[in-house]
Ligand binder design. Structure first.
Ligand code: SME
Length: 148
């Protein structure tokens, strides 16, 4: 993975004269296309104290509204920290979107010190996400926080 190249492409997307939804969708498409194993890539945005599904690429999910504390997404929002799940089958507080998913990373996006959204990525491979992914996605989350 070429982190600098991806970050550069995210910068280009964010500078475009497009609405927020289109920019977030373009970031999903970019990550899905550029990084092997990023099989479902989406944003959740905080609205009325819950996580609401925003732009995404991948299979449709039933989990369009998630309470803080619920599932991996809700835990990451509640604890205000990145969650890396090596094997979702071992995670008790987990909301399944597809039986194909084996591992997951959820990165909070902060705006003015508060969680305003999240980047959520699922992989069909076990233990797919590591420190490199965390660094890339926390960098992107910081950039996206400025447009939320
Ligand atoms: N697996 C997540 C739910 C979102 S889907 O992966 C798209 C969770 O446990 O919160």
């Amino acid at each position: 993975m070429d982190r600098e190249k991806i970050i550069g492409k995210v910068e280009n997307i964010l500078e475009k004269d497009k609405d927020k939804e289109s920019k977030l969708k373009d970031i999903c498409i970019l990550l899905h296309n550029e990084v092997h194993g990023y099989d479902w890539v989406g944003f959740y945005l905080v609205e009325d104290d819950e996580l609401v599904l925003g732009p995404y690429v991948g299979e449709p999910t039933d989990h369009t509204n998630i309470e803080f504390g619920e599932g991996v997404c809700g835990q990451a929002a509640d604890r205000e920290e990145t969650f890396l799940i090596d094997d979702v089958k071992q995670e008790e507080n987990y909301l399944s979107c597809s039986p194909k998913v084996e591992s997951e990373i959820v990165v909070p996006i902060f705006k003015e010190g508060k969680v305003a959204g999240e980047i959520d990525i699922d992989s069909h491979e076990k233990e797919h996400f590591g420190k490199e992914d965390q660094k890339l996605l926390e960098g992107i989350a910081e950039m996206v926080g400025k447009i939320l």
